[in-house]
Write a protein that binds this ligand. Sequence first.
Ligand SMILES: CC(C)(COP(=O)(O)OP(=O)(O)OC[C@H]1O[C@@H](n2cnc3c(N)ncnc32)[C@H](O)[C@@H]1OP(=O)(O)O)[C@@H](O)C(=O)NCCC(=O)NCCS
Length: 304
Amino acid sequence: MEPIPFAPADAPAWVALTNPLLGRQTTPEHLLTEDERERLSLRWVVYDGERLVGVARLGSFAFIPPDFLQASILVAPDHRGKGIGSRLWETVQQALPAGVRGLSADVADTDPQSRAWAERRGFGLHVHRYTSELDLTTFDETRFTTDWDSLHAQGVRIADMVGADADTEARLVDLIAELLTHTPDLAGLPRWDAEQVRKVFHMTQDPHPEWQLLALEPGGEWLGLTVMVRYGDMAHNKFTAVLPQARGRGLTLPLKLEAIRRAQSAGLRVMRTNNHSENVPMLAVNRRLGFVPQVGKWEMHWER
Ligand SMILES: CC(C)(COP(=O)(O)OP(=O)(O)OC[C@H]1O[C@@H](n2cnc3c(N)ncnc32)[C@H](O)[C@@H]1OP(=O)(O)O)[C@@H](O)C(=O)NCCC(=O)NCCS
């Protein structure tokens, strides 16, 4: 049961092993296209006879320092404690390209054993993040009329990017890149370039200008934004931000409400959002809207 390099023919067994353990719905095709899009993506597999029982991946990832790589090691629950994880970890370390300063690895916050395993290998806790979910089939916006009233009393309106010209689109991309540097997630990391923003926000591969929403002052000045993408029938509210001078005016909740309306009218069933456990204002808005926290992740870091 030694690690061997991944081949495309392993993709169906890979997703069959990892999807239930990670709560994902990735397809084998998506796995392969993901590899093509990334700057670096290396994978290994361990078989017990015909059965895939362990996997590891080493790849680039936009939300970690540029000289870090993302590492994932996963062993089938009935094959743990037999040294498979350790052998995959050795393989990952041997494959580390020069110039890589460290690794980031996610562990489910319900799995202290795996966290302890990673800590014994030199990983330390960096940040706790979790996903929250909102059921769009039962969401009732009537509770939030006072939030709309307050928005309208300020003369603020919410507009989308449908029909926007190239300059306006570039301005949105630039504002997203700017405001991302204000999030606890990317604080201290380099500003993303336009290509990175377009990729992460699906602007090229699945553009939905009707899900790129802006809060506008009566004179047209931009105050804040929210951007949503989709994965199957799930809406992902990727990013919501208000410019520093417009914070404290109650703009976030109506921006998200408008995204929820649009997700509902597109027939999407659930909305997800990811939160940094220290992002207090955003967590408060999500709680008021009725988002329910799901299993979270401990992001663990290891340095060479
Ligand atoms: C974390 C995880 C990968 C560990 O996999 P594993 O196959 O159980 O790992 P190992 O068997 O190599 O290590 C488990 C323990 O069993 C020991 N062990 C038991 N039998 C062994 C054997 N025959 N040979 C070597 N080690 C053995 C190991 O020494 C290790 O103990 P240690 O941590 O005190 O050194 C696995 O629990 C998992 O898939 N978790 C979910 C995903 C995750 O969170 N991954 C971590 C972040 S990348």
